[in-house]
Design a protein around this ligand. Structure first.
Ligand code: FES
Ligand code: FE2
Length: 352
């Protein structure tokens, strides 16, 4: 984690973008995990993802055309279906036969769930159903067809490791998130004590009650509780539940390459009043996330000199868990044995 670059985990589903960014018959070229990926949506509505390199002469397919069924390369017009198989080479003469089915640009498994497009990056060319994470995670209590009410994305000039350490860092808020609307007297630190337990591919701050006096939570009904979980490859899910309504917040960190990261923040809500407040909420989310974005740019000035860094108890214990989880995921994959969650249940205490 000292480095400017992070090891990128494979054999996992990553959030590529919201489904609303790819309309039927359209395609979107992105770099994810350092690989060129072409995400598209067929006229039928189904999403797909191809390796964005034409196998003929290497030009990215994103420069070509998509008619809702086949992607055509802009250089010599080869056509590929949404599985990546070649279906036409216009230069083929009537006297020639070419088995197009033997030619492919390569494809990724893609799924649309909770309004997000997830892409699987295999470890050894396996399909997700044969891998260690067969399906992308579902948002709790949210219909799989329902997209987020609010969503923002900011590109961070930092590795996924520093984006993750910032995301799970409970003690920077008083110094970084200093907007007046966020926390009154943020600099007056208070004692915090939270209970954590291993969960899936990560850990959770176990479900606890939220202060009933807080007006923002009262709309959810009585007995409002929350659980915050963190999981590989970079997901933070906050599940707030009251007697009447549920709100789910998701933050994702997806590596563009080893030193650049897309950070997204999204919210789903079971109540209908969110729409009129959306522009204000989106603005506040952007201000908040931009504070995190700016601090990692400043941090980079120091990291360029490859300093030795520290993770301290208990404030950075979650950061330590993140590094241990990554390490265990990579090692168990190499040794072809089941992943064993290294997090142990415990209470963490800090001032924030
Ligand atoms: S480079 Fe794509 S068709 Fe020739
Ligand atoms: Fe932050």
């Amino acid at each position: 984690m000292n480095k400017l670059e992070a090891d990128l985990l494979r054999g996992l589903w990553y959030v590529a973008c919201p489904g609303s960014e790819v309309k039927p018959g359209k395609m979107l070229g992105k770099t994810l995990l350092g690989e060129p990926v072409l995400i598209g949506r067929a006229a039928s509505g189904k999403v797909f993802a191809l390796r964005d390199i034409c196998p003929h002469r290497g030009i990215p397919l994103r420069h070509g055309w998509f008619d809702g069924e086949t992607v055509q390369c802009c250089y010599h017009g080869w056509k590929f279906d949404t599985d990546g198989t070649c279906v036409d080479i216009p230069s083929t003469h009537a006297t020639q036969t070419i088995d197009y089915t033997k030619i492919s640009c390569g494809a990724y498994s893609a799924r649309e769930q909770n309004g997000l497009i997830w892409i699987y990056f295999p470890e050894n060319g396996e399909r997700p159903e044969d891998g260690r994470q067969p399906e992308p995670p579902m948002m709790p209590d949210i219909d799989p067809q329902t997209g987020p009410r609010l969503k923002i994305m900011l590109p961070f000039v930092c590795s996924v490791d520093h984006a993750a350490l910032g995301l799970m860092d409970p003690t920077h808020a008083a110094f970084v998130h200093t907007s007046w609307w966020f926390k009154k007297n943020a600099k007056v630190l208070r004692s915090k004590e939270k209970h954590f337990a291993p969960s899936g591919l990560g850990w959770a701050m176990v479900r606890h009650k939220l202060p009933p006096q807080n007006i923002a939570y009262r709309v959810l009904g009585d007995d409002v509780t929350t659980e915050i979980s963190y999981a590989l490859p970079g997901l933070r899910i906050e599940h707030i539940k009251g007697s009447k309504h549920t709100v789910v917040g998701l933050t994702t960190i997806t590596p563009i390459d080893p030193s650049h990261t897309e950070v997204r923040q999204m919210f789903w809500a079971s109540m209908g009043w969110v729409a009129p407040l959306a522009p204000l909420a989106r603005h506040l989310m952007k201000v908040f996330l931009d504070q995190d974005r700016r601090v990692v740019i400043q941090q980079r000035e120091g990291l360029e000199h490859n300093p030795k860094l520290m993770l301290i108890n208990d404030a950075d214990t979650q950061g330590r868990w993140w590094m241990q989880l990554k390490d265990e995921w990579q090692r168990s994959g190499e040794e072809k044995r089941p992943f064993v969650n290294p997090v142990k249940e415990r209470v963490l205490r800090w001032m924030s």
